[in-house]
Design a protein around this ligand. Sequence first.
Ligand code: BTN
Length: 258
Amino acid sequence: MLKEEKLLEAAGDCGCEIHVIPETGSTNDDMKAMAAYGAPEGTVIVTDKQNTGKGRMGRSFFSPRSGVYLSMLLRPASDMVQALHFTVAAAVAVCRAVEKISGRKAEIKWVNDVYVDGRKVCGILAEGSVSGGRPDWVVVGIGTNITSPEGGFPEEFASRAGALFEGKNAPRDISELYAAELIKELRRCLSLSQDTIAEVISEYRRRSLVIGRDIVAVTPSGEKPCRAIDITDAAELMVEYPDGRRGILYSGEVSLKI
Ligand code: BTN
């Protein structure tokens, strides 16, 4: 179980409320309930086990004891901020924390999966509520595999999933140190001033795993093979279809062609 004292000590004075909990259904659901009761900007819930973890596109998110599952509450002051910025900023924060804690290079598969050595080690799910045409709150949820789970990953994603520390030789208190580092980086990357947004998007582009590669875009109108050309300044994915037409993907998913 996560050691609260260790985590809080490592997070230092990060200017936010941190709730370390032993186990829960979904930290995103918990945070949404706290948002409704007026929890302040920056509040964090963190655990190392979820029983009903939620992934993107209505999927469930496998959340055994070997991971860190964290949600942060944001209350955007400006209605100019685009939803995509939250996941982009979170992905960059995760990469920085992963590299600092594991020493391994972290890359991003658009839009918000973090990969190490070709395996997904982290997923991000942002959920929000809009009132009067502007964002009331946004919950950014991040699940990271710190070590491989006992008995390995379930068969359906065993070939794609990875962990920061494979096997059992993870350094002592590494989950607490990772969670603290992630919280600090999230505070930096999610400050969302115009300068931070530009800096974060250019880092996001540098860390892209898809630019220049053949991919399959999963869109509401079906799966479309294409080539990823670039990440735009608004963090959308520019793609080129086999007939030479170019398009912009705003949301959805891509899979890499091997
Ligand atoms: C994905 O890869 O589909 C996104 C996964 C997001 C998982 C995180 S874990 C913390 C937070 N709580 C949840 O229930 N989901 C997010």
